[in-house]
Design a protein around this ligand. Structure first.
Ligand code: BGC
Length: 755
């Protein structure tokens, strides 16, 4: 449709019809079932009303999408097509590693490929808009949704966020082509920083911290062209995001120029009443609309109250029109007025879903996402002449997708055992060792936390449990083996939305298994499955080799065995620090300099910013990850050590200097190393982070090969959010590091002069 036709269409809509365009209903309402958790079919909403909705949430498949679209368009007085939206977080049916694991790849091309395949599969099923990527910066492993983010660093999240938006939408700014979907980034803003790591809890952040760390990734994705933004559930400094005009209008629209559609998170308008900022649903609708929310996701509020609010003069019809126009434009960009079904097609679904190319891409992504934390005695790669016991509940499990893979199916996945079974030249034995427990096993005493129970005295003795049959079998296998590979970790239900944990250890029954196995065999490789950094102290103490496998998705078994056998090399780097214990959370490498830093040489904690019972450093830092290869990085060399520059937000060209280092593969194994660039502004008007990631390069090297990793340093990379809330660039000395992780000490300095 032309702009003129869109305006005519808008002009022909009644107030009520406009308000419906701004309301989203859950798709189960159309299917007369309630498959979305917590959703009851609302029988008060008539068929006619459902037909008027602007969008719906959740897609069942191409046939169902087409049926709903046809039925509703036939009933709609203006035959306006609906938008079908859904969470497509790390794949559709072909599930890639969870986003945190994708962060570990430090590979934007792989992230783009993931979303391209997800777009191909989901669009064929009838999805128009993916609620993804999630760009919330995360520093607190207690929060259950860290697995949905690419990690703790604003730069890494921005690069990956841009790539994922490209993967979903393609590169055409005016049209969403066949096989692509619109991207709705979320959760705006700072949902990833709840107090205490507790789900839906308030976020308390200064404007400076918000702008410096939390906002850049959302902004980058918007610059990349993301069509939609979802507001977050929680309050920031007391204001719920769905009612936060400063966030949704002043920053998002006025400062950043976002022209797309803003939607709330699930029922967030209704929740304004629970937050205590609105007396009822009508006031909540007014607050949200005035704050800048275009679409009400599933509160069923806008269609009821916006017309009234316009009639009462609280909202002008022009304001309403602006929001409706945004929705109509998105439908137009997706081509729905010409073809309301877009790519929803039975044949297409069968061709693309789980096709060999998608599976191959997912398999490669798994191998890139694994992080080798240590490999004492080179237990890995596994050797063909060894007897190897594969032990643990994750050996057989096909539940390798995260809690946010609504279309992920265990039956599509390849387990470790199945992948190992394909390797006939190896000698494997298998044992589960203990049952796989789900999230409810973590509850105190196996039931809801009861403070009363916890306060009660209880003198019953803690009896060490006798090893059960599964554990005895596992110990037997471990005893007979040269090497043990233990596949243990959190079940997928232990992370994700509403899965915050106050204790980030492995499930107790699996720790018991590790302890039992360690009694009979010291050559243990532990492969950890998880949706968050865990407390790995005991795992590290009892295992000589430790691998982070995250939640690897459909091709998990293959990807893992590819790397464990050395067919592929490790290249993953931690996207989040692994804390020593939960007491360090929140933790991130880019903390601000303090007035009393811990003395790095004497390591004394007295009157220093430190704990007396725990180190400051995490167990494994951001950016860390080993490989079968070893690399040497030369001292940093700069094209010049004195530069002159000013900050201009529109200038993306100026290069102040080039920093480089020679990287050499000093081993006999081909490999990839992610070379990382960190910068610190040593003296500024505000305390600055002790270092910040400003660039990275995946460098592939054959044995003995050398390459130069170079980074252009621009004024923007040296700038920061000043006390006034605007980016500034201040002259002075800067330190620059090039190395393999965020603790590298390979550094030099340069001076920036002002003009
Ligand atoms: C989640 C969002 C998601 C939405 C729709 C909410 O509970 O917070 O991330 O997009 O549901 O499924």
């Amino acid at each position: 449709m032309t702009e003129k036709q869109l305006k005519e269409l808008l002009g022909s809509l009644s107030l009520t019809e406009k308000a419906f365009q701004l309301t989203q209903a859950p798709a189960p309402y159309y299917m007369k079932d309630a498959q979305i958790a917590g959703t009851e079919v609302n029988t008060e909403i008539s068929e006619r009303e459902l037909a008027l909705m602007g969008s719906n949430l959740y897609v069942y498949g191409p046939k169902e999408s087409r049926d709903i679209q046809k039925r509703c368009m036939d009933m709609h007085p203006h035959h306006i097509p609906m938008l079908f939206m859904m969470d497509v977080i790390h794949g559709y049916r072909t599930v890639f590693p969870t986003p945190l694991a994708m962060g570990a790849t430090f590979d934007p091309e792989r992230a783009e490929e993931m979303m391209r395949t997800a777009a191909a599969e989901s669009s064929a099923a009838g999805v128009d808009v993916a609620f993804s990527p999630m760009l919330d910066l995360v520093r607190d492993a207690r929060w259950g949704r860290v697995m949905e983010s690419t990690g703790e660093d604003p730069y890494l999240n921005s690069v990956m966020g841009r790539a994922m938006v490209r993967g979903f939408q393609g590169n055409d700014k005016n049209e969403i082509p066949t096989g692509r979907v619109s991207s709705c980034i979320k959760h705006f803003a700072a949902y990833g920083a709840p107090e205490g790591g507790r789900e839906y809890q308030n976020v308390e952040l200064s404007e400076h911290t918000l702008r410096e760390y939390y906002l850049p990734a959302y902004r980058a994705a918007i610059e990349e062209g993301a069509d939609m933004v979802m507001s977050s559930f929680q309050t920031i400094n007391g204001i719920p995001s769905a009612a936060n005009r400063w966030l949704l209008r002043d920053i998002l629209r006025d400062e950043w120029g976002f022209e797309g559609v803003v939607i709330t998170d699930w029922a967030a308008i209704e929740e304004l009443v629970n937050h205590g900022v609105a007396a009822d649903l009508k006031e909540a609708s007014l607050l949200a609309f005035k704050a800048g929310v275009d679409i009400d996701m599933c509160s069923m509020a806008y269609y009821r109250y916006l017309p009234e609010l316009v009639e009462e003069g609280k909202i002008s019809e022009e304001e309403l029109d602006v929001s409706v126009m945004r929705v109509l434009k998105l439908k137009n960009k997706l081509g729905l007025f010409e073809n309301p079904y877009k790519d929803a097609d039975e044949t297409r679904v069968n061709v693309v879903t789980l096709c060999p190319e998608h599976r191959a891409a997912a398999r490669k992504a798994v191998s890139e996402s694994l992080v080798l934390l240590k490999n004492e005695g080179n237990l890995l790669p596994l050797k063909k002449n060894h007897k190897i016991a594969l032990i643990g509940p994750y050996v057989e499990s096909r539940e390798l997708h995260s809690a946010w893979a609504p279309n992920g199916k265990a039956e599509d996945a390849v387990s470790v055992r199945e992948a190992a079974g394909e390797l006939s030249e190896y000698s494997f034995t298998y044992a589960s060792g203990c049952p796989m427990q789900t999230w409810d096993a973590l509850l105190v005493h196996g039931k809801e936390h009861s403070i009363e129970d916890l306060r009660k005295s209880d003198f019953s003795e803690h009896k060490p449990e006798m090893p059960d049959t599964l554990q005895v079998q596992a110990m037997q296998k471990a005893m007979e083996a040269d090497r043990v590979v233990l596949f243990i970790g959190e079940h997928r239900t232990m992370s994700g939305e509403a899965a915050s944990r106050a204790d980030i250890s492995l499930p107790e029954n699996q720790l018991d298994l590790l302890r039992a196995v360690a009694k009979v065999n010291r050559n243990i490789v532990t492969v950890v499955f998880c949706g968050r950094p865990l407390d790995l102290r005991e795992v590290c103490r009892l295992s000589r080799t430790v691998v982070m496998a995250w939640l690897p998705g459909t091709e998990g078994g293959h990807g893992i065995m590819d790397v464990l056998t050395g067919k592929e090399n490790f290249s993953g780097k931690l996207p989040m620090s692994i804390p020593v214990s939960v007491g360090q959370a929140p933790i991130s490498y880019n903390q601000l300099a303090t007035g009393r830093p811990k003395d790095p040489v004497r390591d004394v904690a007295l009157y220093r910013s430190a704990y007396i019972d725990t180190p400051n450093r995490p167990l494994f830092p951001f950016g860390y990850g080993r490989s079968y290869s070893s690399f040497a990085i030369s001292p940093v060399s700069l094209s010049t050590s004195e530069v002159t520059g000013v900050y201009d937000p529109c200038d993306r060209e100026t290069v102040l200097l080039t920093a480089s280092a020679e990287v050499e593969n000093t081993s006999a194994v081909p490999g990839v190393v992610t070379v990382q660039l960190y910068i610190r502004d040593n003296t500024a008007s505000l305390a600055r982070p002790v270092r910040e990631l400003r660039g990275f390069n995946r460098v592939e090297l054959q044995p003995g090969e050398k390459r130069t990793a170079s980074f252009d340093v621009t004024p923007s990379m040296l700038s920061f959010v000043g006390a006034e809330g605007k980016r500034v660039l201040e002259p002075g000395r800067f330190t620059i590091w090039i190395g393999e992780d965020s603790e590298t000490e390979n550094k030099t300095e340069f001076v920036l002069n002002g003009r």
